[in-house]
Ligand binder design. Structure first.
Ligand code: ADP
Length: 731
């Protein structure tokens, strides 16, 4: 129970119980003293009463004696000298009043005193009468009365004596009481002292059991905790000491758990955990040493750490180790494994000045070092490539701030790296001042999204450089970045220009002589130089066909040159599609008839906004291809349809179809599905490229749907002027 009280409560008990007892003791003692005081007062009352009684007796006797003397002096016949008599018994009532006042607490005594007073009053009255008789010389009467009064005086004396004796008795009884009281006080004092000693002993014992002994257990537990020993059983109770002990027990549990975990960590750690004393001796080493150093931990314990270090590095490593006494440190060294191979190790060292030991963790970083070396080499290689690349490489953030560039950029823009890094990409491409860097960058990202974008860059010395820019987004730890590739296309433009010049020069130079050769060949069968035999006729026909093809090729080349130079003339007008299709069919009719091919055309009253001749050129090209690649007697359908706000024209054949991988390619220059197409079908590989250029310029699109071996459907779409079409097939 005592152990459940807290220390403050225990202290209170220790103070309050003796205090309460002392108070009780004082109370009892005080009662005794009060009683003694009362008795002492009573005693003085008795004395006073006795004084009053004696005084009354004296007065009465004095008065009686005085009367006798007075009578005798006066003489029996009044012949004696005239003497004066002082009547003293007048003081008697006052004495009785005092007596009555002192006895008012004792009714019996008061009654007795009152009866004595009655007698005394009567006697005093008689004294007065006797004196009067004597004064008036009635001496005999006075003597007679006096004699009669004597027994009464004796009675009074007797009564007074009785009362006096009573007071004596009471006084004696009081004295006895007083000595009994003193004895009692002595007993109380002795008893109180004994009880006090007992209480003090009991409380001390309880305090010892409840506090001192418990505190000793806690102190013992704290020492055990410090020594890492098992603690004494936990204290019961809920006081502070029990709580403190419970905290120690919990701490012990936690420390045990931590120690267990620490042991588990050390034993299972991949890194080698070990301690070294001041003389460089390995004092403890974790089991990982077998895996990492190739030595069993037991074999290493007690050895000098130099045993593990390469000879030429041992001094330096031990010095590094000693230097860690000035604070925790990390350093790298080599370790010689049991087989003699060396590994790279990262040491993390903590010097304990209390235990005078180094606590170390050795982490095998051989692989990391190797990877770092490889990375360094790879980095150097990439750096070399990037730095020697003729293409400009710039890394920018979303706001266009340049973070990195290669030397090509510096050469291209006649700037130093200092000018570039931290600057804005906009400064390289003449960004207008009204546009912010972020806006300019966003615009550039947008423009380079699907293909490389050509624009003009400006060098430090205001030189304008045509460049092709492409951008790639990538993530870094700091966020999104963009790799900007800048290719100076000045030379490419020059080559292009020369090529165009060459093509047009060659085309013009070839077309005129070829036309005259054709004219000459056409005239030959008419016999202007004599009749030709059959073989001659045949050879001329072949020559005529080849020259025709050459002329077509030159025409196509010139056409494509014009499309690429953007010099394709267009006369845009609102025009119905149907007549254009009919014109195209008419143009290839002879060719189709020759191959016995039927061409059907759907009706349509759709009007397009386009250059009619160019549309005919496209449809003729699609129809010629369809005829070229259709089997003899095949069927070609030309249909139109409108959807939303565009018109679609479709040319369907029953030819060999287009392999999937060529569907986009054949719309590029000189691209043919089969290399023999040039020879066998007389194609140039330019027709579809020209058609695409025309359709593109009219804001339309062109393509092909085909499955190999199942014919092809070439189509183009044009923006609509007016939609009003019916679709059917007519032969
Ligand atoms: P070409 O003068 O060679 O016909 P084009 O640009 O018109 O040049 O066509 C390119 C190539 O596309 C042709 O060489 C041929 O291989 C293929 N091609 C075009 N139209 C068809 C078609 N209707 N059927 C099969 N292949 C075709």
């Amino acid at each position: 129970m005592f152990s459940n009280l807290n220390l403050a409560q225990k202290g209170l008990i220790l103070v309050v119980i003796p205090l309460l007892f002392q108070l009780g003791f004082i109370y009892v003692l005080n009662g005794q003293l009060d009683q003694a005081e009362r008795e002492r007062q009573q005693e003085s009352i008795y004395k006073e009463k006795k004084q009053h009684l004696a005084k009354i007796s004296r007065i009465v006797l004095a008065d009686a004696g005085g009367l006798a003397i007075y009578g005798m002096r006066k003489g029996g016949d009044g012949s004696g000298p005239d003497v004066r008599y002082k009547h003293v018994s007048d003081a008697v009532p006052a004495e009785f009043e005092a007596l009555e006042r002192l006895s008012q607490n004792d009714p019996q005594e008061l009654k007795d005193i009152q009866s004595v007073r009655e007698l005394a009053t009567k006697i005093v009255k008689d004294f007065r009468r006797i004196r009067n008789d004597i004064s008036s010389d009635n001496y005999l009467v006075a003597v007679k009365q006096f004699n009669q009064l004597r027994p009464q005086i004796a009675v009074l004396e007797n009564q007074l004596q009785v009362v006096n004796d009573l007071q004596d008795q009471l006084e004696n009884a009081g004295a006895e009481n007083w000595s009994a009281r003193r004895e009692e006080v002595k007993r109380v004092l002795v008893l109180a002292t004994l009880v006090n000693i007992l209480i003090a002993t009991l409380l001390s014992f309880a305090f010892y059991r409840g506090t001192t002994r418990r505190l000793a257990i806690v102190v013992e537990n704290s020492e055990r905790l410090a020594r890492g020993q098992e603690l004494l059983p936990a204290l019961t109770g809920t006081d502070e000491i029990a709580q403190l002990d419970s905290v120690f027990n919990q701490m012990a549990k936690i420390l045990n758990e931590a120690a267990r975990k620490e042991r588990a960590v050390v034993e299972n750690a991949v890194d080698v955990i070990f301690s070294i004393d001041e003389r460089s001796t390995l004092t403890n080493i974790s089991p990982a040493s077998l895996q990492v150093f190739g030595y069993d931990s037991e074999d290493l314990r007690g050895r000098n750490v130099r045993f593990l270090l390469p000879k030429d590095e041992a001094d330096e490593t031990v010095q590094k180790l000693t230097a860690t006494q000035r604070g925790d440190a990390q350093f790298e060294s080599h370790i010689t494994k049991s087989g003699g191979t060396q590994i790279d190790v990262l040491w993390s060292v903590h010097w304990s000045s209390e235990e005078r030991q180094y606590f170390c963790i050795a982490h095998d970083i051989t692989e990391r070092k190797r990877a770092e070396n490889l990375l360094r080499l790879a980095e150097a290689r990439i750096r070399l490539i990037v730095e020697s690349m003729p293409i400009g490489l710039i890394i920018i953030d979303d706001n266009g701030r340049i973070e990195l560039n290669n030397p090509s950029v510096e050469r291209m823009f006649e700037k130093t790296m200092n000018d570039l890094v931290g600057g804005s990409i906009g400064m390289l491409f003449g960004k207008p001042e009204t546009v912010t860097d972020a806006e300019f960058t966003a615009d550039l990202i947008q423009k380079t999204k699907s293909h490389a974008y050509e624009l003009e860059a400006v060098s430090t010395y205001k030189k304008k450089i045509p460049v092709e820019v492409s951008m790639n987004e990538f993530e870094t730890l700091e966020g999104k970045r963009h790799l900007v590739l800048v290719i100076d296309v000045t030379e490419r433009h020059e080559v292009e220009r020369l090529k165009q010049e060459f093509i047009s020069m060659v085309s013009h130079e070839l077309r005129s002589p070829l036309n005259s050769v054709l004219g000459f060949l056409e005239m030959l069968p008419e016999g202007i130089y004599g009749d030709l035999n059959d073989t001659g006729q045949e050879k001329v026909t072949v020559a005529e066909r080849n020259v025709n093809r050459l002329i077509r090729l030159i025409n196509d080349l010139l056409e494509i040159d014009r499309t690429e130079a953007g010099r394709l003339s267009m006369e845009i007008e609102d025009i119905p599609i149907k007549p254009l299709i009919d014109r195209s069919v008419d143009a290839v009719k002879a060719l189709a008839d020759k191959e016995n091919i039927t061409i059907t055309v759907s009706d349509s009253d759709t009007i397009v906004t386009a250059d009619g001749d160019r549309i005919v050129q496209v449809i003729v090209n699609l129809l010629s291809n369809a005829i070229k690649y259709s089997p003899k007697g095949g069927k070609i359908e030309v249909t139109t349809s409108t959807q939303e706000d565009w018109l679609e024209v479709r040319v369907k054949d029953e030819g060999r179809g287009i392999p999937a991988q060529y569907k986009a390619l054949i719309f590029e220059k000189f691209q043919q599905v089969d290399s023999s197409d040039w020879r066998q079908k007389g194609g140039t590989g330019l027709g579809l490229a020209i058609s695409k250029a025309i359709i593109d310029q009219l804001n339309g699109s062109i393509g092909v749907d085909s499955e190999e071996g199942k014919g092809s459907t070439f189509w183009f779409r044009l923006p609509l002027k007016k939609v009003a079409s019916s679709q059917f097939t007519a032969s």
